[in-house]
Ligand binder design. Structure first.
Ligand SMILES: [Fe+2]
Length: 199
């Protein structure tokens, strides 16, 4: 009998906030903020709004949900000591137009990152998370599981708030629908005492 111990786990946190997008009029607002973005984006690139929407009163109820979620997962999942200040260091809108992709990336200099999805559409591409350390050889498998899968996908569903560790690499494949895919992304930093340093 072989005992199998999954010794390290990577959490992705999902909270359904039904009705929040429409309540705040966020889909129209974020699309507008993305259109007003100065600067240039190449063809095929996702358009992003300015990065300080966490200071925009219109986004305050979403920020409050992020604070509550981070507070809970720190206490109940990570078992961090109480006393950290939770700071949203950045929040911005994303518009993934038809034909555009989110290339794989991580979010530097923060502890948690996340996204709130503002619309749903049949055929929207899923957010895809990638295994942190790729194995050098990948034998063929009969079934994917937590030990052999290289990636994990989640459907982008309206009113879903998703949080994950900032170091977790993620991407979104090409949007093959005719509908722009809208979301609000954010970063969260914890302020207080860390091992060997203060942040
Ligand atoms: Fe991201």
């Amino acid at each position: 009998m072989i005992q199998v111990h999954p010794i390290f786990q990577t959490p992705v946190f999902v909270v359904e906030l039904e009705g929040l997008t429409d309540e705040l009029g966020l889909a129209e607002y974020i699309a507008k903020m993305c259109r007003e973005t100065p600067g240039t984006f190449g063809a095929g690139e996702v358009v992003q709004s300015r990065y300080n929407l966490n200071q925009d009163p219109k986004l305050a109820p979403l920020c409050e949900q992020v604070f509550q979620t981070v507070h809970s997962l720190m206490r109940d999942v990570y078992r961090y000591k109480p006393g950290y200040d939770i700071e949203i260091t950045g929040m911005w809108g994303n518009e993934q137009k038809p034909g555009c992709v989110f290339n794989a990336h991580i979010h530097y200099n923060n502890v948690f990152s996340g996204v709130f999805f503002l619309n749903s559409c049949e055929g929207f591409p899923p957010i895809t998370f990638w295994r942190p350390v790729e194995s050098t050889l990948s034998p063929m498998t009969t079934q994917f599981n937590v030990f052999n899968q290289g990636s994990s996908r989640f459907e982008a569903k309206k009113d879903t708030l998703m949080l994950f560790p900032s170091w977790l690499r993620h991407s979104v494949p090409i949007n093959q629908t005719n509908t722009p895919r809208l979301g609000v992304s954010f970063n969260v930093m914890l302020r207080g005492e860390f091992y060997n340093t203060m942040m």
